[in-house]
Design a protein around this ligand. Structure first.
Ligand SMILES: Nc1nc2c(c(=O)[nH]1)N[C@H]1C(S)=C(S)[C@@H](COP(=O)(O)O)O[C@H]1N2
Ligand SMILES: [Mo]
Length: 437
């Protein structure tokens, strides 16, 4: 499926998605939220649009828009980044197409960017200070980066960072915010020191509950008194061995957009707790009350709600660990494949704070699942690589779906999970389109 034979149904979806749905599914409701079966005329229309048969069409879930029709976005240039899709220019937000996340360790050039404010300029790592304080800190101290390096044990860990809003674009009705598809995730290797060593050095008072971070970025309004974001984690998460204050990513300076010269990494939780351009950490005797800590930011309804509901803030709870998820990074969606050959397929899977128990693949819209080989993680909170191969039974249009399961038996939903007002935590199965010829 190269662009020239991209079906005109793309255009139909672009022009009028409701009409496109009606053509295919015979009902006028939003994609992915209906029940029912593909009408015969819908199947004909869909096959015609795809230019090929759909061998497992009988298993297609109602309302499914074939992955082949996924919208394509323009690629912009961000200095130091390669092939990222820019969702917003001010502040800069850019995601990585799935096939560019194929490396086991995400290169600096392919790490997504999620900025809430305007990054600092003219950063000088020699004069940079990290201040540790707050009401529950025994001994407030300011450290230069050099002092941090000298005083504390250096560690290098591979750590996954996923934005809480990754996958938001699939929610219907649409949730406001950056319309991330699948690319607000990465798993680079970070070098720095453990936050807990620094906190132990400064001393935690008995009532210490939470830490909060501040960064050197500025509010988009230009108001110097407003923070773009200041989030944090409970002391338990802050004291984990994997929670780092890092100055290197993949053995190089952290890229400017990713928090140069110093950042916090609390992997497994929404990326928003991993403060960039880090210059202050406060130890709090209560839930940190910095910018974007309170609902509805990074919060979801305590009870599931109907799509489109208004949810009062007091009925929301703050997101902690991210859910189990996986990504197909090879091959790229939309490629054509020779029926006689096996197709190698691979990607990564992760489970927030938790462990994975397996990754499974389906080529028949979820009717049957094939277990995949899973590599071990480099360390806790690093994604795991998986790889397997597939033999297709006949020519036609296929989707390959990947589904990971965590150690507690929770697995990814096949289609979009619980709608929530801000569009967080979409861990639906990733799927790619394959044309078998
Ligand atoms: N100071 C600061 N830290 C921040 C942010 C920010 O805007 N400012 N964005 C947060 C969010 S929402 C995410 S998802 C991650 C993104 O990290 P990245 O841009 O390095 O991918 O950084 C977090 N840390
Ligand atoms: Mo985020």
């Amino acid at each position: 499926m190269n662009n020239s034979d991209k079906p005109e149904i793309n255009q139909l979806y672009a022009d009028d998605p409701v009409a496109a749905d009606r053509v295919l599914w015979g009902r006028q409701s939003h994609a992915l939220s209906r029940r029912g079966f593909l009408k015969k005329s819908g199947l004909v229309a869909m096959s015609t649009a795809l230019g090929m048969t759909i061998p497992f069409s009988r298993f297609m879930p109602a309302g499914l828009i074939p992955a082949a029709f996924a919208a394509e976005s323009a690629v912009d240039q961000i200095p130091g980044k390669d092939g990222l899709i820019v969702l917003n220019n001010r502040p800069v937000n850019a995601e990585t197409p799935a096939h560019l996340l194929d490396d086991s360790v995400t290169p600096n050039s392919r790490m997504f960017v999620r900025n809430n404010g305007i990054p600092p300029e003219n950063v000088n790592p020699e004069t940079w200070l990290l201040e540790i304080g707050g009401e529950s800190c025994e001994r407030p101290v300011s450290f230069s980066i050099e002092e941090l390096r000298q005083r504390f044990e250096e560690v290098t860990l591979q750590l996954q960072l996923e934005c809480g809003g990754n996958g938001r674009s699939e929610f219907a009705p649409a949730a406001s915010g950056n319309q991330w598809t699948t690319g607000a995730i990465g798993c680079p290797s970070f070098t720095g020191i453990r936050l807990r060593d620094v906190l132990n050095y400064c001393g935690l008072k008995a009532d210490a509950e939470y830490i909060g971070y501040y960064g050197a970025d500025t509010h988009t309004s230009g108001d110097p008194d407003r923070d773009p974001i200041s989030r944090g984690v409970p002391i338990g998460k802050a004291m984990e061995r994997e929670t780092l204050i890092a100055w290197q990513m993949n053995g190089e300076d952290i890229p400017m957009q990713n928090g140069y010269p110093l950042r916090l990494i609390c992997a497994g939780w929404p990326g928003s707790v991993s403060g960039k351009w880090l210059n202050r950490i406060v130890v709090r005797d209560q839930l940190h009350d910095g910018e974007k800590m309170a609902a509805p930011s990074y919060s979801v309804p305590k009870q599931s709600v109907a799509p489109g509901s208004r949810v009062p803030n007091e009925d929301m709870k703050i997101i902690e660990s991210m859910p189990v998820k996986s990504l197909i990074t090879f091959p790229q969606s939309g490629l054509s494949h020779d029926l006689r050959e096996r197709m190698i397929i691979r990607g990564h899977a992760w489970a927030g704070d938790d462990q994975l128990s397996g990754v499974f693949l389906s080529i028949d819209f979820g009717a049957t699942w094939i277990p995949s080989a899973l590599q071990s993680a480099s360390n806790r909170l690093a994604w795991q690589d998986w790889e397997t191969w597939i033999q297709f039974p006949e020519p036609g249009y296929y989707e390959v779906w990947a589904r990971a399961m965590d150690a507690r038996g929770k697995s990814q939903p096949m289609l979009v999970p619980g709608w929530n007002p801000r569009g967080y935590l979409n861990n639906a199965c990733h799927r790619i389109a394959v044309q078998v010829v």
